[in-house]
Design a protein around this ligand. Structure first.
Ligand code: SAM
Ligand code: DTB
Ligand code: SF4
Length: 330
């Protein structure tokens, strides 16, 4: 490997495979070394999710409880009111979250709801929190309006490798996702983009997913790594317990080595990871989590149990994330 911790955009599949497959101790040492070069090792950025529009989505993502194609028992709800989002933001802030991630079960935002979304960005930002939205595909005007409203991050996951993509989603393409990410990146909004482990993909698909991010002109500022939460009624409901925790930790560590300055988020799936596995994720370079007992529609550890875990590990909740600090001092 060229020099450790160097920011590169020319990773080969063979290099990434070699990083991910090396002996566990070597990988942990390497990833943690890169982590310490770039971040305060005992600090974790805290984001809280709010599902601003639940269910009834036109897309067929095989993992998702919110697709209208599957009978998952989830009730479709209309868009949340701005005041309700503001209340949730205040509660999240009081518990220590620095970023509110607002998600909508849309293929793309519609004309009627979009102005409300912009208002949500403004009110949450006025609270002094970072804002993140995940609304599906965007056109140029929508990206410009979100930037204008002050959006800090846009989440748009690639989920898996280009080769495996059509096994998971057929209603949009990998290229559609890349196009939205490219628009967001060019607008100056920070990109949050990651994937899901445990959907039946092969090792090489994990390598290729990470290679796509690592070889972008700019690494995403935030890289969420989700462990599939198998949802009853979805095509991937039977995937429960299919992923070895060490494999998941290896993906986190490899993301850290490839993207030394990005926040790597230990995202969905923490209910299936015991405290020891989560501790390894933090050591391997994860420095962001979703905090609060709900993700979008599925369970996440109780905030109190995360506080206990942080205490045991001597981890601190980051008071302000790096992007915000840089912005304020610019
Ligand atoms: N509709 C928008 C979109 O798909 O971009 C935003 C919301 S969508 C629920 C956000 C992301 O959540 C997905 O891209 C996927 O990576 C993740 N996700 C959804 N369901 C999941 C599950 N059951 N397990 C793990 N991750 C999941
Ligand atoms: C991300 O990568 N994971 C979050 C967030 N970005 C939007 C969503 C996880 C959803 C898990 C399944 C659910 O709760 O519906
Ligand atoms: Fe819709 Fe997003 Fe779920 Fe896919 S992941 S079905 S786009 S809400």
């Amino acid at each position: 490997m060229k020099s450790l911790g160097q920011i590169r955009h020319d990773w080969t599949s063979a290099e990434i495979k070699a990083i991910m497959n090396q002996p566990f101790n070597d990988l942990m040492f390497q990833a943690h070394t890169v982590h310490r070069m770039n971040f305060e090792p005992n600090e974790v950025q805290i984001s809280t999710l709010v599902n601003i529009k639940s269910g009834g989505c036109a897309e067929d993502c095989s993992y998702c409880s919110q697709s209208s194609r599957y009978d998952t028992g989830l009730e479709k709800q209309k868009m949340m009111a701005v005041q309700e989002v503001l209340d949730k933001a205040m509660q999240a802030k009081a518990k220590g979250a620095t970023r509110l991630c607002m998600g909508a079960a849309w293929r793309n935002p519609n004309k009627k709801d979009f102005p409300v979304v912009l208002e949500m960005v403004k009110v949450v930002r006025d609270l002094g929190m970072e804002t993140c939205m995940t609304l599906g595909m965007l056109d140029d005007d929508q990206v410009a309006a979100l930037k204008e409203a002050g959006l800090d991050y846009y989440n748009h996951n690639l989920d898996t490798s280009e080769a495996y993509y059509s096994k998971v989603i057929t209603t949009r393409s990998f290229q559609d996702r890349l196009d939205t990410i490219d628009k967001v990146q060019k607008s100056g909004i920070n990109v949050c983009s990651g994937g899901i482990i445990g959907m039946g993909e092969q090792h090489k698909d994990r390598v290729e997913l990470l290679r796509t991010f690592a070889n972008m002109d700019n690494h995403p500022g935030s890289v969420p790594i989700n462990l599939l939460v198998p949802v009853e009624g979805t095509p991937l409901a039977d995937m429960k317990g299919q992923t070895d925790a060490f494999e998941f930790i290896r993906v986190i560590a490899t993301a850290r080595v490839l993207m030394p300055q990005s926040y790597v988020r230990l995202s969905a799936g923490r209910m299936e990871l015991n405290e020891q596995a989560q501790a390894w994720c933090f050591f391997a370079g994860a420095n962001s989590i979703f905090y609060g007992d709900k993700l979008l529609t599925t369970d996440n550890p109780e905030a109190d149990s995360d506080v206990q875990l942080f205490k045991k590990l001597g981890l601190n909740m980051q008071a302000q994330s790096k992007a915000h600090i840089e912005e304020e001092s610019a």
